[in-house]
Design a protein around this ligand. Structure first.
Ligand code: ZN
Length: 97
């Protein structure tokens, strides 16, 4: 049994322990290493184009979060959960004027 495997994402040869198990795969391990799998899912949910971190606050009780939320809510009326104000996110724009 091979103890090393090349990750097809970062192209690095790593120990087989660095790969998640996958019963459906030929060698019983995923093609992507654990590290890359984590990165992949992180990027999947995290909008890279956004300059701000996905959730730049300590917690939901962070005063900054509450303040920013209320500011955004007051300004746009909806979509306050999106940090990026410039994008419409496919939702209807509140009518102005
Ligand atoms: Zn990798």
């Amino acid at each position: 049994m091979k103890n090393n495997k090349k990750c097809n994402f970062c192209n690095t040869i790593k120990s087989i322990k660095e790969f998640h198990k996958d019963r459906t795969a030929a060698d019983k391990h995923t093609a992507r290493c654990i590290h890359c799998t984590k990165l992949y899912y992180k990027n999947y949910y995290y909008k890279k184009s956004s300059k701000q971190p996905y959730f730049p606050y300590k917690s939901l009780k962070d005063p900054k979060y509450i303040k920013d939320k209320m500011d955004l809510f007051r300004e746009s009326g909806n979509g306050w959960w999106w940090i990026d104000k410039s994008r419409n996110q496919g939702r209807y724009k509140p009518k102005r004027g």
